[in-house]
Design a protein around this ligand. Sequence first.
Ligand SMILES: [Zn+2]
Length: 361
Amino acid sequence: MLVYQIVVIDAMKSNKSLLGQRYDYPEFSQSARLHSSKEGARNEILKLLEQCEPESIACLCGEHQEKHIEVLATIDRWGLPVRTGLCKSCGLVRIEPRHNSSIYESIYKNIYWELSHGAKDLTEKRFLLSVKRAKPFADHLINNYKFAGKKLLEIGASYGAGLYRLKDEDCKKLVGYDYDKEFLKKGREYTGLDLRYGGVDEALIDKDKYDLVILRHVFEHFLKPSRELSSLSELLEEDGMLFIEVPGVFTVSFWYDDLLEYFDFFHPYSYTLSTLKNEMSKSGYVLHKADEHIYSFWHYKGNSLEIDPAINEASRVKNHLQHIERKRARRESFYSALPVKVILKFAYFGRTFQNWLFKKN
Ligand SMILES: [Zn+2]
């Protein structure tokens, strides 16, 4: 095991990412552009990571051999030293090797918010911005689910901006759970919703069951998805459904202009609809409706379902990510060409002059 771990760490340091050198050096990540509060959070995390080595983690398909990993990046969006690999056996993108759950818990508890958002902003203005951003999610749910008389639960609800969008849909019950007490307090004030402290485990203790359980940008953070899926099944009414939204691998461009932004220390697994389906099937969930965004609805059937071993998305994922990276490189070289820069400068001054000339008093 130790020898295997050494091989893995050496491979991490060999800096040969499939997507090119910019996926191996922190200067290409956000870290180079972080403002001071985020930079401080990043340095704190780096210190924490130095205290222990990451451990080798088998793919969710069971594959654990180093030769079956295609290295995509050895840094993440924050410039943190973490290796993201593509499993050649199934096509799942995962962090490997990975730090243990106590490291993740410590970062989530003390540093994560500062790293991802800078200073904590609990103002009503920020809350309303979150409500605005929740529109595509809420529209998708409203167009695909009949809410009247249903009991809804959201895990990782933050201050309830997503649930707030569903407040007028005649639900029988709307409940949200989150671990951040400050957000919960402000959320209750802004939304008037039933927002409770905790996550899946705390919701189980409360013993309520729901018609729809929502995981919005939460599932990709789970270190052990099968464990969470098993607990989540106990929160569902007999005909209940689980709704999962994660940033799908095939819609990277929807989320980010730069693929490097997609690789994230806090996303141990990045899914396509097919790799998500594999994991859900193993845990006894059947797909009701989904797309590659990924918005997905699942029914729980109880028994682990067979996975077709012939389904392997590795080459499709590889081709897609290489295509996205080539597009970024072309775009960047276009905008950095001198004639383009001059034209854009003139266009900018032209617009500013026009605004000044015709400005309303
Ligand atoms: Zn795999």
